[in-house]
Ligand binder design. Structure first.
Ligand SMILES: [Cu+2]
Length: 141
């Protein structure tokens, strides 16, 4: 009895470990999301600028689109990575581009800001493995 309890606890732990780092939608191992613009370290004059988002070896599709190896862009601003197993939050630090946009006009106040791209599936959940860009730092003046 005690053994089967321990075993089922272990099994649950193993099952959870298997899904802890990623959502349900598979992504090809060579998929890559990246900033075309701006560059890491870029200084931007004026608060408004275009963010151009690149995606390799996957397709961009609007939210709700149930097609394998597709997703939509999210720009994370001045924040770390959210949960990889839940829908990405939707607030001023987590911008969703659920229409399948690949460029966006963003306005930020003067100062230093970090930007990072995270692809989400039809339900805004990161893929398995998560498709995340390098975190870049820009300065607005
Ligand atoms: Cu989303």
């Amino acid at each position: 009895m005690r053994h089967s309890l321990v075993l089922s606890a272990l099994l649950v732990a193993v099952l959870q470990a298997g899904t802890a780092g990623a959502g349900p939608a598979p992504a090809p191992p060579n998929a890559q999301v990246y900033f075309i613009w701006p560059y890491d370290g870029q200084v931007i004059s004026g608060g408004k600028f275009w963010v151009r988002m690149g995606l390799r070896n996957m397709g961009v599709a609007p939210k709700g689109t149930n097609v394998p190896h597709t997703g939509h862009h999210h720009v994370l601003i001045n924040t770390g990575l959210p949960s990889m197993t839940e829908p990405i939050p939707n607030d001023r630090n987590h911008l969703h581009f659920g229409a399948g946009e690949t460029e966006a006009r963003i306005e930020l106040p003067p100062g230093t800001h970090t930007l990072q791209l995270l692809l989400g599936d039809k339900d805004h959940v990161p893929h398995n493995p998560p498709i995340v860009s390098k975190k870049i730092t820009i300065t607005v003046r």
